[in-house]
Design a protein around this ligand. Structure first.
Ligand SMILES: *Cc1c(COP(=O)(O)O)cnc(C)c1O
Length: 403
């Protein structure tokens, strides 16, 4: 196959619209509910409860806002330590700090690339006072949720499930976004479905969701004037944004099927290379396949040197590395990205503890640094055609052929 640059950029994951979105956005316009109140917002809340099987929900301006309100509901106070996924987007963790909490990062396991229940148990041995755990389902693959829930329960801690990337993924037949006491979904532009922005906080605790709804609309009391007994936020979802989400919801299963086909085509097309895909156990869970990722075998890694802001690598015949593949795909107008850089490696969080399955782990070998070093996210856009993906695969193959 002759390698040619893509005329139209192949994105990692971009919004996929269907037309229904315009209908509901227009309805907001025609009825003049151009506001953070309206029918679309109520509809989104109902749809999300039905889809995830969670009793109550509040639609918010972003997944980050939902995580922030989850921290308040979980009772995180200044100086409190909170166990957090380490290999994730910073938005999982930053809300801990908004409330003055201190994140402690937990290493991942290799079976799902999510928080390791063994490391979490270790962390409770080291910090038995901790009462809140924030765990992500990375790239749409459910974490070992039974094990994580059991460890949390054993230690009387509240689980906050960051399901921002995993809407539609299920674990033992149950939807993600329903395992935590508080659960977070995101409708950011690159997620499995989008509102252009937006998020939802879900819980079976109706009083908690009522509190979050009140905080999200500036904590107004029931009074003739603006009366406040609590600190407020402007975190409510817009009725226009909710219209987009409402229009996307009927297509979520289609998006997941497309993402799964992309994942399987990569697995097939790359199977004789010294690489593996982001793993999952099909007997336990069904991911939403939001992003397809690669992990390069250790023996097939050419030397790659990363600093805080850049990277260099030394090509070797038959070997490659993430930054070489990302660079080459970019050259042909396709977007790939490094794995989320672990939080324990972020300068902003350099003072925070990091716990692996073996104990305190800042200076020890760990899973997250290894996956970050050898892994990358591949172009996973729904709209990528089979021919385009074949070309992406050919470009990746060329990286291992020599230089
Ligand atoms: C996207 C994302 C968020 C934040 O969602 P926003 O809606 O962008 O605020 C949180 N956690 C993870 C893991 C995400 O990928």
């Amino acid at each position: 196959m002759e390698i040619k640059a893509f005329e139209k950029k192949i994105y990692l994951s971009s919004p996929t619209m269907h037309g229904d979105e315009m209908l509901y956005m227009n309805k907001a316009y025609e009825t003049n509910w151009m506001s953070t109140v309206g029918e679309n917002i109520n509809a989104v809340e109902g749809l999300m409860c039905d889809y995830t099987g969670t009793a109550h929900s509040v639609a918010l301006s972003s997944g980050t806002a939902a995580l922030h309100l989850a921290m308040k509901l979980a009772g995180v106070k200044r100086g409190d330590r909170v166990f957090c996924s380490d290999m994730t987007f910073a938005a999982t963790v930053n809300p801990v700090v908004y409330e003055g909490g201190i994140p402690i990062f937990i290493d991942s396991e290799r079976d799902t690339w999510n928080m390791d229940p063994v490391a979490l148990e270790k962390a409770f041995e080291l910090y038995p006072e901790v009462k809140v755990v924030v765990a992500v389902n990375l790239y749409g693959t459910p974490a070992k949720l039974d094990e994580l829930c059991a460890v949390c329960e054993k230690h009387g801690a509240v689980l906050v499930e960051d399901a921002a990337e995993s809407l539609g993924a299920s674990y033992k037949g149950r939807q993600t976004g329903s395992f935590g006491t508080y659960n977070v979904i995101s409708f950011n532009g690159n997620k499995i479905i989008t509102g252009s922005s937006g998020g939802v906080l879900l819980s079976d605790d109706g009083a908690a969701i009522d509190s979050a709804r009140k905080w999200s609309t500036q904590s107004r009391e029931d009074a003739p004037w603006y009366q406040h007994t609590e600190l407020g936020y402007n975190y409510r979802m817009s009725n226009v944004v909710a219209g987009v989400v409402r229009g996307q919801m009927p297509y979520i299963d289609k998006h997941i099927a497309q993402k799964k086909a992309i994942y399987e085509r990569y697995r097939e097309g790359l199977k004789d290379l010294p690489v593996t895909m982001n793993p999952y156990d099909g007997n336990l869970c069904e991911p939403n396949f939001w992003l397809s990722c690669l992990l390069i075998d250790e023996a097939a890694m050419c030397p790659q040197h990363r600093t805080d802001t850049g990277s260099t690598y030394t090509p070797e015949k038959g070997k490659s590395c993430p930054d070489m593949i990302i660079e080459r795909l970019a050259k042909y107008n396709a977007e790939a990205r490094p794995i989320w850089k672990p939080m324990h490696l972020q300068p902003f969080y350099s003072d925070c503890a990091f716990v692996t399955a073996k104990g305190e782990g800042r200076n020890a070998a760990n899973v997250d640094t290894d996956i970050f070093t050898r892994g990358l996210c591949l172009p996973s856009d729904n709209k990528m055609t089979k021919d385009e993906q074949d070309m992406v695969i050919e470009i990746i193959r060329s990286c291992f052929r020599g230089y």
